[in-house]
Design a protein around this ligand. Structure first.
Ligand code: CA
Ligand code: CA
Length: 144
């Protein structure tokens, strides 16, 4: 049997869900987190695939963002849908990824994910401010 330590306890999960909620209170954009323990392959490709699998393109403004953390290889990727991708540069995605990886290196998964959520929240807020009729188009979830 393989022993797998859960990297987030339930109060840490709660903290991240709060961070997502806080970010989404200022934008129509949608944020989710996926954590994979034994991911194999290119993490950006995996993130893109998961984005499609979770049907995260089903937003009016195509402004969903998925964070993908591969625990075993300590690798991380961000996939932003075409609406938000058109508004930011590749440098932005790279800087988020690098900052999160710095935290992960030290075992700070919560801080790493939180920093990514906040940074994306700020960009989403700038380009897709919250509307009066905002819907939570994608439920706030951390999937495994
Ligand atoms: Ca929304
Ligand atoms: Ca949401």
């Amino acid at each position: 049997m393989i022993f797998r330590k859960k990297i987030l306890n339930s109060s840490e999960e709660q903290m991240l869900l709060e961070a997502i909620k806080e970010a989404e209170n200022k934008t129509s954009g949608e944020i989710r987190v996926h954590i994979e323990y034994n991911a194999k392959g290119d993490v950006v490709e995996l993130c893109k695939k998961k984005f499609e699998e979770l049907k995260m393109h089903e937003t009016k403004d195509r402004n969903g963002i998925l964070f993908y953390l591969a625990v075993k290889t300590k690798s991380f990727a961000v996939w932003g849908d075409e609406g938000i991708h058109q508004k930011v540069s590749q440098d932005f995605w790279d800087s988020i990824t690098n900052l999160a990886l710095l935290h992960f290196k030290n075992g700070n998964y919560v801080d790493g994910l939180k920093s990514a959520i906040y940074s994306c929240g700020e960009q989403l807020k700038t380009h897709f401010p919250i509307q009066a009729d905002d819907k939570d188009e994608l439920t706030n979830e951390i999937s495994y």
